[in-house]
Design a protein around this ligand. Structure first.
Ligand SMILES: Cc1cc2nc3c(=O)[nH]c(=O)nc-3n(C[C@H](O)[C@H](O)[C@H](O)COP(=O)(O)O)c2cc1C
Length: 274
């Protein structure tokens, strides 16, 4: 297939694909002709799929992304604004988990959904590591504590701000506060030199965290964990993260022990209207 194909019988010549293409690489030579690729299509198409997704006639087929692979957005599955607001406002970071491990399919679903997050230039730069074995999670948490002890020795001031000594003291008392006893940790990593890695990573993990409760799961950002991955090579090696990659985030995942009943308050948005 060339870059894309347009079914001339289905195409309504409405030029919606032309208008919506973010890279401006789809053209219509005349109002009667179906859309064609611009000369620089290959250089600038970011394969976002807007062309396939927006065509009301289902006439647009991007190479490797036919409309048949792109499920329709079903009106009866749309949620109301009240449902959406409660859904967004009731997500919580979960720090008490059941011992029950999470099914592999559920973990996979989390990551598949997370990959629908926006990413700069649609790079989808995400690589995932799932620590499936709860004993391994604990072992890795112990490595994070080792890293914390180094930081406390070498950089006492930042260590105090990050309250690392409380975490190491808890560890010494037998309480694991790094991964919070979660059965699994998901680490997101990607090319070290990708300038938007942090944003893309945070967005994907935000999607993952928002979707997790829909599968009965709870999650929590592992800030200590992924900071340690980037600051402590033995931990990065234990996870098998390639040298040219860095961690862009990590979340603990498991079945929550408790359910939440209320939405807490938040600070009002600090807005300047211009
Ligand atoms: C970048 C980032 C790092 C975080 N790191 C940790 C962490 O290491 N351990 C932890 O228990 N919670 C961590 N959290 C969770 C925050 O404490 C939590 O999001 C915040 O208290 C708000 O609560 P909520 O998520 O339940 O709304 C982190 C959150 C973010 C966004």
């Amino acid at each position: 297939m060339p870059y894309f194909e347009v079914d001339p019988d289905k195409c309504k010549r409405d030029a919606i694909c032309v208008a919506e293409c973010p890279a401006r690489v789809i053209e219509m030579k005349t109002p009667q002709d179906p859309p064609t690729a611009s000369e620089d299509f290959a250089d600038y198409c970011i394969r976002c799929g807007h062309c396939v997704a927006v065509c009301p006639a289902g006439a647009f087929s991007l190479e490797g992304m036919p409309p048949s692979d792109c499920p329709e957005i079903k009106k009866d599955l749309m949620i109301t604004s009240a449902q959406a607001e409660q859904f967004l406002r009731s997500r919580r970071s979960i720090r008490s988990f059941k011992k029950k491990p999470v099914e592999k399919e559920k973990l996979e679903t989390l990551m598949r959904v997370a990959c629908y997050a926006p990413s700069a230039k649609n790079m989808q730069p995400w690589h995932w590591i799932v620590v499936k074995n709860p004993d391994r999670v604990k072992e890795l948490a112990g490595m994070v504590v080792d890293w914390m002890r180094d930081v406390i020795r070498q950089s006492p001031d930042p260590a105090a701000v990050a309250t690392l000594a409380r975490v190491t003291a808890a560890w010494d008392q037998g309480e694991e506060r790094v991964c919070r006893g979660a059965p699994h940790v998901i680490v997101l990593h990607g090319q070290r030199d990708w300038g938007y890695g942090s944003e893309d990573g945070a967005l994907a993990l935000a999607y993952l965290e928002l979707y997790a409760p829909m599968l009965g799961l709870g999650s929590c950002w592992g800030g200590y964990f992924y900071t340690a991955v980037n600051g402590y090579p033995p931990l990065a090696r234990a996870l098998g993260i390639p040298e040219e990659h860095r961690a862009y985030g990590a979340v603990m995942v498991g079945y929550p022990r408790f359910s939440y009943r209320r939405q807490p308050t938040r600070e009002a948005p600090r807005i300047v209207w211009l």
